[in-house]
Design a protein around this ligand. Sequence first.
Ligand SMILES: NC(=O)c1ccc[n+]([C@@H]2O[C@H](COP(=O)([O-])OP(=O)(O)OC[C@H]3O[C@@H](n4cnc5c(N)ncnc54)[C@H](O)[C@@H]3O)[C@@H](O)[C@H]2O)c1
Length: 356
Amino acid sequence: MKKVLITGGCGFVGSNLAVAFSKQGYQVTSLDNFSRKGSEILKTRIQGFGVEVVGGDVRNVADLNDLKGPFDLMIEACAEPSVLAGVQGKDARYVLDVNLLGAINCFEWARERHVPVIFLSSSRVYPYDRLNACHFLEKDTRFVMDQSSLGLSPSGVSIEMPLEGIRSLYGATKLSAEFILKEYAVNYRLPSIVNRCGVIAGPWQLGKVDQGVFTYWLSQHYFNKALSYIGYGGKGKQVRDLLHIDDLTDLILKQAACLMGADSSFRGDIFNVGGSLHSNLSLLETTEICQQLTGNRINVGRILEQRPADLMWYITDNGKTEKVFDWQPKHSAQKILEDTHIWLRENETLFKQVFV
Ligand SMILES: NC(=O)c1ccc[n+]([C@@H]2O[C@H](COP(=O)([O-])OP(=O)(O)OC[C@H]3O[C@@H](n4cnc5c(N)ncnc54)[C@H](O)[C@@H]3O)[C@@H](O)[C@H]2O)c1
């Protein structure tokens, strides 16, 4: 039986991957320090699927070295995932330590054992100043990209997008980790894949205002709490694509099979992964769906001041990923919110304390 290590395995992405891999017959170990509020609940869930959970911290090399292997694959899904981290909330040093030093510790661990790596990176590696400077049309419910240039078109941002610019500390730590992994991949022939993910959403996401925005928006409607449109005129016309967690797990299962195959040629190859034109929403449109689903109409305020590192528009161009892995997102934005709503209703008591 192949053995998979998932760092951050009690987070939203990690726990869903742990369950999916376990169901496919892999033996899964999750390493997590339970710093994310609610991760203890996800720990109990994955243990129910036979996943081994080890309490530990990727900043601590000994915690990685103590793991009982051998492993056939590492999925690095552990991070301080807030784009505001270092700007608001937790401090800069903390983001650097977890996202960069922690990632390097993971890659070192993998290099020493020659274990293939799948790294969960982020679309936040693309500079927001470059994206926000584009020309947009303002339509009734959303902004629409009105320009095409290298790596950018109305159908999305591709991996050709130039990287000069400002991207947030979160984005910078992810990009730096990508660079290190590429060196390891080529110099040590370490089979590895980097997924630059856009917004992911769906069941078991403990969404917060600065991370997991679609689930957060839905949960605020569900629990009748306040919300505000922030920046860009306070109209809620900013756009993001969203990818169902099940679409992501389908892709990563395919990638895992490739990486563990005898002749894997992936060496830090980069893929964009997101909802794409198939699944995207403005906040205004999200409010409409949340009202329909929950039956609750809440007052959404307007804040004119823009949030640091915010983006007016981001849609993923998955072109290369679709071609290489014969994969594309199946779930629409409406379906993602419907699935999340059902999950929230079924688990209201369990998660109320996390959301409210
Ligand atoms: N969710 C998204 O929309 C999204 C989008 C793009 C990229 N990503 C990336 O995917 C990965 C998973 O994100 P997520 O949404 O599941 O986040 P999450 O916060 O739900 O999960 C991260 C997990 O890592 C754990 N963790 C944090 N610091 C740790 C440390 N030092 N040692 C061990 N464990 C630690 C947390 O307790 C948590 O369980 C992250 O790398 C994130 O940057 C997520």
